[in-house]
Design a protein around this ligand. Structure first.
Ligand code: SF4
Length: 687
């Protein structure tokens, strides 16, 4: 029997845990601890433990498929490429769009944006970061000049006060949850603000349930208390920041008094005061947030408010401090870093700055798409649905907007308007079903590459087995397509490492990295601009990334969500994930041990609301919003605030995103997944 262990990086959440894939007779058969990974030191959450189960699923795509007379038929790669190329060449750049993926490697994201811009000449390239952390990229870049998590995961365990808002860390980033517990054991205070009494909230020293969408009011109130009590860091504010007075003027308004914000948010005034005291007096304090902060029409405002709080208390550039924006998917940070975004090339080099465009033209050796911001995922879907014929051709790699995007009826309408669609994935997803051509990709265990975790740590995937059937690594597919499109010189790569070498050449923050340096278990945190640079676990130590080195305070007023409860839709719907499933369920729902734990969706409702509606625990109910309805089992639980309901978004059979609102943040274009108005009906009465 041939057996080996191959160390690699988990393909699920942004923690970036390392583990060994157990390979027996050339097939992945299990996962074993890799104690040398500094991120998780051999420990894993359930998803990591079972991350081998979907790899050899019988559902894997193994051959290219072409739709003929409404049915998919198997085809050779040559046939598929021939058809794709003839179609791609028949459209103008502006008539095409590409979606890249937070699930695939850095190298593949880099190539996808290069393919879009250099081969298709389209500026329309984006990916699902738009749906989770676009507001982080914009908000933190506005405040600090860099839109990423400021401190490392291990650093969280060093903090003396941890404020978690909009993150169910124990379920969504379990190995970061471990750091919260380590900090707590070392005496840290833990504050959790969440409408649900989540497993994270249950570990808090102070739990503050609040109405979804009131984050700015809460943060302004806490900051007002800090200033009123003189707990702000005056020296840090004076030396390292600007625009403090404008910010202070807003925060000190009566609107943000304890009493008023208590009314707005539902949090008792004394708890808001306690939170302010703990944060204001702590030797170090950090903020952990995730999509509860970002997925709002005021997502950028929310993010900037967390930045304001950390500048106010001088908790940046030091151990135990920071704004820890917890990125969701394994490589959402890397996909952004690689320029799979409508407004930037790799390394956040703006497409509208002529020198940046010229740099890429010179590096790639060909003309590229016009230097203008392309359509984001959300605007692309709206364009497809509302202006049919504008975008005629879409190329999607590793994304499933038919489950992940808000207002799914609208998404379906849009995708059905596309004349020609190519989807590249490892399984036949709900989106792939609508494609004209489906290309079988390799999964994380079947290719080399790198991914960048939420803490900006760039780590390696190492190939453990061959892809099934005729499936190929995404980078290989893009290179082959590039060549048949006539761009052999731009896509000469024979390995992921060769692609990474080009990434390092054109991306300043990755400039000092190479595969040899990344081979070490601790890998490297960007920015790492030169071969001698050790990487940067903590950002903004001496100065911020703005040209003048200063952090910028922003005055932010509270605004209600785009849709608030009324007599027809009297409850607030919020959505999220559970520990057993991952995003659209493409991988976890094909993992027996994970699927068995939570095999379908549910709606959580407070006992008082349930009683008023005569809804019993486990009873099927109908959830209805202005955009759609689903039938779903009720979970009556005190763990959710009265007036709110929660639905996990993993399940196609009761898709939460049939209900959610696609109202967008005006700056980051992120949809408001986290708050919309809903009503629940007993099924019998609904007929
Ligand atoms: Fe994988 Fe995240 Fe779990 Fe770590 S915490 S094992 S990265 S899913």
């Amino acid at each position: 029997m041939d057996m080996k262990y191959v160390p690699t990086t988990c393909p699920y959440c942004g923690c970036g845990c390392g583990f060994n894939l157990v390979v027996q007779d050339k097939k992945v058969v299990g996962v074993a601890p890799w104690h040398r990974s500094p991120v998780n030191e051999g420990k894993l959450c359930p998803k990591g433990n079972y991350a081998y189960e979907f790899v050899n699923s019988p559902d894997r795509l193994t051959k290219p498929l072409i739709k003929k007379d409404g049915k998919f038929v198997e085809a050779s790669w040559d046939e598929a490429y021939k058809l794709i190329v003839s179609k791609f060449k028949s459209y103008k750049g502006d008539e095409m769009a590409c979606l890249s993926s937070a699930r695939v490697s850095n190298e593949e994201n880099y190539l996808m944006q290069k393919f879009a811009r250099a081969v298709l000449k389209t500026p329309n390239i984006d990916h699902c970061a738009r749906l989770c952390h676009a507001s982080t990229v914009v908000g933190l870049a506005g405040a600090f000049g860099s839109g990423a998590m400021t401190n490392s995961i291990g650093d969280i365990g060093e903090s003396k006060c941890i404020f978690v808002i909009g993150s169910n860390t124990f379920e969504q980033h379990p190995l970061i949850g471990r750091q919260i517990m380590l900090a707590k054991q070392r005496g840290a205070k833990v504050i959790v603000a969440d409408p649900r009494f989540t497993p994270t909230a249950k570990q808090a020293d102070l739990y503050m349930p609040f109405y979804s969408g009131t984050d700015v009011a809460i943060l302004n109130c806490i900051m007002q208390q800090i200033i009123k009590n003189g707990w702000e860091d005056k020296e840090f504010i004076a030396k390292r920041t600007k625009d403090y007075d404008k910010f202070k003027e807003v925060v000190m308004k009566d609107t943000y008094s304890l009493e008023n914000v208590s009314k707005i948010s539902g949090i008792p005034a004394k708890d808001l005061a306690t939170a302010a005291e703990w944060i204001g007096k702590a030797e170090s304090s950090n903020v952990l947030y995730s999509m509860g902060i970002t997925q709002h029409t005021v997502g950028v405002d929310n993010v900037k408010s967390t930045a304001n709080l950390q500048m106010l208390t001088g908790n940046l550039g030091k151990r135990g401090g920071g704004v820890c924006a917890l990125r969701g998917q394994n490589n959402v940070q890397g996909a952004c870093d690689m320029g799979a975004l409508a407004n930037v090339y790799s390394g956040y080099q703006s497409v509208i700055v002529p020198e940046m465009r010229k740099k890429m033209i010179d590096a790639w050796g060909c003309d590229i798409a016009e230097g203008k911001v392309g359509l984001t995922v959300t605007k692309l879907i709206n364009t497809l649905a509302d202006q049919p014929g504008t975008i005629k051709c879409v190329y999607i790699m590793g994304e499933n907007p038919m489950i992940s995007d808000p207002d799914l009826h609208h998404v379906e309408k849009g995708l059905k308007n596309v004349e020609f669609m190519v989807v590249q994935d490892i399984f036949m997803t709900e989106t792939a079903e609508l494609a004209n051509v489906v290309l079988p990709g390799a999964c994380y265990a079947e290719r080399d590459g790198t991914q960048t975790s939420t803490e900006r740590r760039v780590q390696k995937w190492r190939k453990a087995q061959d892809p099934p059937g005729e499936a190929k690594a995404d980078w290989q597919i893009i290179c082959e397509l590039g060549k048949v499109m006539g761009y052999e010189k731009q896509f000469p790569f024979k390995s992921a490492e060769e692609i990474f070498t080009e990434v390092a050449k054109v991306t300043p923050s990755y400039g000092g990295m190479d595969y040899t340096r990344l081979e070490k278990p601790e890998a490297l945190h960007w920015p790492c601009p030169t071969k001698e640079h050790p990487g940067t676990p903590i950002l903004h130590k001496e100065k911020f990334s703005h040209p003048d080195g200063l952090g910028i305070f922003t005055p932010i007023e509270f605004k209600y969500p785009a849709e608030v409860p009324d007599k027809d839709y009297p409850l607030i719907l919020t959505t999220g994930r559970c520990i057993w499933q991952w995003h659209t369920g493409t991988m976890t729902r094909r993992s027996e041990n994970l699927e068995r734990e939570e095999p379908t969706g549910w709606v959580e409702i407070n006992p008082e609301d349930a009683k008023a509606l005569d809804i019993k625990d486990k009873e099927m109910v109908r959830a209805v919003t202005r955009r759609g309805q689903i039938d779903i089992g009720a979970r009556v639980t005190k763990d959710i605030k009265k007036g709110e309901v929660f639905i996990p978004f993993h399940y196609a059979e009761c898709a939460a995103n049939l209900l959610t609102n696609n109202a967008l943040d005006p700056v980051a274009a992120i949809p408001e997944f986290k708050a919309c108005a809903v009503r629940l009906e007993k099924i019998a009465e609904a007929k």
